[in-house]
Ligand binder design. Structure first.
Ligand SMILES: C[S@@+](CC[C@H](N)C(=O)[O-])C[C@H]1O[C@@H](n2cnc3c(N)ncnc32)[C@H](O)[C@@H]1O
Length: 234
């Protein structure tokens, strides 16, 4: 139910906005809000961090789950890296198809990624999407689907995950930025899900995958202070 609500919110936002450049894709993906206001330069640096640190090249296939309008993948695509993406918003996927290779994008919920199974992905990214999942059970299904697409060399990045121990700090910061009334309007019906690191540690232990955490300090935005990044390998 909560999932349907988020889906209609993302579809409605996408219908209202047109896209002509990366800035518009960022806005479509919700990166121009009071707590997540990102400029194009910082965004390109964010992507370049991964390209340089992990030596991502034209030979690689990268997949983003929850790609929205394609803002995260677009800078990779400009470097001629093969990009694939999936998102449950058909309105947002239309923008991916306009800016990137149209045959590489799918409208799907990320708890069922069978349509993507045929390829060899060197990197799988999920950026700023885990907060929208309706339950930890759902998040586990998504992790299972990600692992089912991975090969032993695939590097998996789960980025911008809301940290449960920082929930109260986050709430204070949002209220400071948009006011209590708007906070209640925005988050009473559809809430962001926050996670304990243990949730991911336990999952990886069972699946025999290695996991590393880092603070989300790769991109400047108000809510980065309350989030962490995860790097998973076999
Ligand atoms: C904040 S946007 C992030 C988009 C992109 N990853 C980025 O970093 O620019 C969140 C995206 O997750 C998608 N999304 C949320 N829950 C989803 C689900 N269960 N299945 C597929 N897509 C989902 C939304 O449609 C939206 O495009």
């Amino acid at each position: 139910m909560k999932n349907k609500k988020w889906k209609s919110i993302w579809n409605q936002n996408a219908k209202r906005k047109k896209s002509k450049n990366l800035q518009d894709l960022l806005s479509l993906n919700g990166h121009f809000s009071p707590t997540s206001n990102i400029n194009v330069n910082d965004w390109n640096n964010y992507i370049n961090h991964f390209v340089q640190k992990y030596n991502i090249t034209k030979k690689d296939n990268i997949l983003e789950i929850g790609c929205g309008a394609g803002a995260f993948l677009f800078p990779f695509f400009k470097k001629k890296i093969n990009c694939y993406g999936v998102d449950f918003s058909k309105e947002l996927i239309k923008h991916c198809k306009k800016f990137l290779n149209p045959s590489n994008f799918y409208v799907r919920e990320v708890n069922n990624l069978k349509i993507l199974k045929k390829r060899n992905y060197s990197y799988i990214f999920a950026n700023s999407i885990f907060q929208y999942f309706p339950s930890e059970f759902y998040a586990k299904k998504v992790l299972n689907e990600i692992l089912s697409l991975a090969n032993p060399k695939t590097k998996i990045f789960l980025l911008d995950i809301p940290n449960k121990i920082k929930y109260n700090e986050w709430k204070r910061s949002v209220i400071q930025n948009i006011g209590k009334q708007n906070f209640n309007l925005k988050y009473n019906q559809v809430k962001h899900r926050f996670y304990n690191k243990e949730f991911f540690i336990n999952y990886c232990k069972i699946k025999k995958y290695k996991i590393k955490f880092s603070p989300q300090n790769l991109i400047k935005k108000e809510n980065s202070k309350f989030r962490f990044n995860i790097f998973i390998t076999k």
